[in-house]
Write a protein that binds this ligand. Structure first.
Ligand SMILES: NC(=O)C1=CN([C@@H]2O[C@H](COP(=O)(O)OP(=O)(O)OC[C@H]3O[C@@H](n4cnc5c(N)ncnc54)[C@H](O)[C@@H]3O)[C@@H](O)[C@H]2O)C=CC1
Ligand SMILES: O=C1O[C@@H]([C@H](O)CO)[C@H](O)[C@H]1O
Length: 308
């Protein structure tokens, strides 16, 4: 079986930390080229643009997109027009409309597409989803608090329109919860705290619900420099389920459960490989819709400026 020849666009932090190691560890893929505007990737052909990669580089079957969300839409469109399978980092685009257009174009091109909601592949998620499937849910509390200076050092794009600010990590929690719950969520209210030198929030409080009036609350904080917290607690009639460390740890009524040993990005690329083999796609818009609605209805409070 010939490996899937992969090009990658945007050799930045997540590409170096997660994508390239996961691809190199999966024999179903061969990383053959990179297009990036920063430092080059060793061991493969490097280009300054996707256009050059497609025109002058070695043949590729698929492209992974690790660029910032702003401008990504045109890049993915370019790959789809060239008949390439696409794996798109979260959030898929800078707007919901762009993401919806990519869903349609992927189908029209007859290629495979994956919106890589990487947190959905955390070790405890599937076991949590299975347990919750037969329980009566009462409430969900999400606490997602991390240090932007650690995870996005010097990344100005995250504070610009389309960069989402604290929703860039917060959307991961939303991707988990929308995967765990049976009914679609909608945003009832949101409070966004925006540094007065930024265009996107550094913290947010969101109240959500579903058709059965489930009480879902989220607290996001991007300036949480100590004791980072990525937890989701689901209270049910039958007991309490808790995901910690972004879904890597699962406990039920305080008892730690056995979970998968596969890493998030190894699972992401295994899923991408399966989709290509099945001539299928997985392009879920729900997490991005919840972020868009939070911006729609969110009340904004200006807070002190943010300096990296
Ligand atoms: N930083 C993190 O911990 C994580 C980030 N992500 C997501 O991955 C995406 C990228 O984030 P980071 O890697 O942190 O950003 P980054 O700023 O470190 O990397 C972005 C890279 O894209 C390149 N780039 C920008 N425009 C380009 C273009 N038109 N053509 C080619 N290359 C271009 C830049 O040169 C840079 O190397 C974001 O959507 C983010 O939400 C996902 C998981 C974790
Ligand atoms: O997707 C993302 O994950 C976080 C961080 O890497 C782990 O929570 C980052 O802020 C965001 O882009």
């Amino acid at each position: 079986m010939q490996p899937i020849r992969l090009g990658l666009v945007g050799y930045g932090k997540i590409a170096q930390d997660q994508h390239v190691p996961a691809v190199l560890a999966n024999p179903a893929f061969q990383l053959v080229s990179v297009a990036t505007q920063g430092q080059p990737c060793a061991g493969v052909e490097n280009f300054r643009s996707l256009g050059e990669l497609l025109e002058s580089g070695p043949p590729v079957d698929a492209i992974a997109f690790c660029t910032p969300p702003q401008g990504r839409f045109a890049l993915v469109q370019q790959a789809l027009a060239a008949g390439k399978h696409v794996l798109v980092e979260k959030p898929p685009c800078a707007t919901l409309g762009e993401a919806m257009a990519l869903v349609n174009q992927t189908a029209e091109q007859g290629v495979s597409g994956l919106f890589a909601w990487h947190s959905r592949y955390a070790p405890g998620i599937e076991a949590a989803r299975d347990w919750l499937a037969s329980r009566t849910l009462q409430s969900v509390q999400i606490d997602w608090k991390e240090d932007v200076r650690k995870w996005h050092p010097g990344q100005a794009w995250i504070w610009q329109p389309g960069g989402l600010g604290v929703f860039d990590p917060g959307i991961n929690a939303l991707s988990i919860v929308t995967h765990l719950l049976a009914l679609p969520l909608f945003v009832e209210s949101a409070q966004l705290r925006v540094p007065d030198n930024c265009q996107s929030p550094i913290a947010a409080s969101i109240k959500m619900s579903d058709a059965r009036h489930l009480d879902v609350r989220a607290e996001f904080d991007f300036d949480h420099g100590h004791d980072e917290l990525w937890s989701i607690e689901v209270r049910c009639t039958e007991g309490v389920l808790r995901l910690d460390n972004g879904g890597a740890l699962l406990s039920i009524d305080g008892v730690r459960q056995t979970v998968s040993e596969e890493g998030e990005y190894a699972a992401v690329y295994r899923h991408f490989q399966e989709l290509i083999g099945d001539k299928a796609s997985d392009l879920d818009l729900q997490p991005l819709r919840l972020v868009a609605d939070s911006f729609f209805v969110g009340s904004r409070t200006l807070v002190e400026p943010f300096y990296d």
